[in-house]
Ligand binder design. Structure first.
Ligand code: HEC
Ligand code: HEC
Length: 275
């Protein structure tokens, strides 16, 4: 009798514990969109968007007079998009909304479908061979880091598969200068000492510039020592001819590998670790 009672208590206690733990986590961190990739939700979200949001963000989400382009795919967690829609962005024209959760998630699903990642099937190709190409003959790792391997010169790509659509990644490789990430604009520097080098500007104030050079070194430069600094606004520091050195199959394998780069934080929270 006592044993059954104890057993029951334990079982109930455990069940309570688990349920409480689960609930707690869910409430605190509702990072995943329960309607992600759901075609009906994307369609419903599109309708809501055209009715309520297109006035500022444009009918296709590419931006209008008053709101920014939402198709760049540079999103963090689903819950961040959710809370931007619900709470608005204080101090800007982005208003808060009183839409119910389900409709807010429909909007999140729609926004994700606009060119961000997460809505496409896995890219075809052999990711294992793609990895060899990335760290080997294509020399991508001489400028990019994936899970601690490679160089910090360019953006880290550990989560690029979750943060960018396959089409966007392909474009980044085939035409790097088509769209340059704003945090990674390059510069060509000539010092008074005669030394010349290219780098990515990471920070700048009136007196100094901080760059990462091609060797991946951080360099803090006193502006008085700089003879000339040319900003490369239309030209990416990523060479545009890499794809030409790869066969179509190799390019496909490389794309398959990049598509699989969804770091564990990404799996938990779909977070893009921006540099
Ligand atoms: C009155 C104009 C206006 C309306 C209406 C509007 N937005 Fe915005 N939205 C903005 C502006 C301005 C920003 C940029 C805020 C900033 O500077 O961060 C923005 C930003 C955003 C962002 C990005 C937030 C971030 O974290 O960068 C999302 C997502 C967004 N809007 C979604 C929506 C959705 C969905 C709707 C409709 C329910 C909507 N917006 C309606 C003006 C608007
Ligand atoms: C000489 C350095 C260099 C090499 C080599 C290089 N990249 Fe890049 N890459 C960059 C820089 C700098 C940027 C950021 C500027 C820009 O957006 O063009 C970038 C941007 C990217 C992006 C966009 C990242 C994002 O978050 O949208 C992708 C994807 C990418 N590179 C993939 C590759 C792949 C794959 C290779 C090998 C085939 C490669 N890169 C080789 C320097 C390089």
């Amino acid at each position: 009798m006592l044993r059954t009672g104890l057993g029951l208590c334990l079982a109930l206690g455990l069940a309570w514990c688990c349920a409480a733990g689960f609930d707690e986590k869910d409430k605190k961190d509702p990072v995943r969109n329960p309607l992600a990739r759901n075609p009906a939700a994307i369609e419903a979200g599109g309708e809501l968007f055209r009715a309520r949001c297109s006035f500022c963000h444009g009918l296709d989400g590419k931006g209008g007079g008053r709101g920014p382009n939402l198709t760049s795919g540079e999103w963090g967690k689903d819950s961040d998009i959710f809370s931007a829609i619900r709470k608005g962005v204080p101090g800007t024209q982005m208003p808060p909304n009183d839409l119910p959760d389900a409709e807010t998630w429909q909007l999140v699903a729609f926004i994700r479908s606009l060119g961000g990642a997460g809505d496409q099937p896995p890219v075809a190709g052999d990711p294992k061979r793609g990895e060899e190409i990335f760290f080997g003959k294509a020399r991508c790792a001489s400028c990019h880091m994936i899970r601690g391997r490679g160089s910090p010169f360019g953006p880290e790509l550990s989560n690029v598969g979750a943060a960018r659509s396959a089409a966007k990644i392909r474009q980044s490789i085939l035409e790097p200068s088509a769209e340059i990430l704003s945090d990674w604009a390059g510069a060509r520097v000539e010092l008074r000492s005669g030394e010349k080098f290219d780098g990515v500007i990471r920070n700048e104030d009136n007196f100094s510039v901080q760059l990462v050079d091609r060797q991946g070194r951080f360099r803090l430069l006193d502006k008085r020592k700089i003879a000339r600094l040319t900003r490369l606004e239309k030209e990416s520091l990523m060479p545009g001819d890499i794809a030409g050195t790869l066969s179509p199959d190799e390019l496909q394998d490389l794309l398959a590998f990049l598509d699989r780069q969804r770091s564990s934080e990404a799996n938990a929270g779909n977070e893009y670790s921006r540099p």
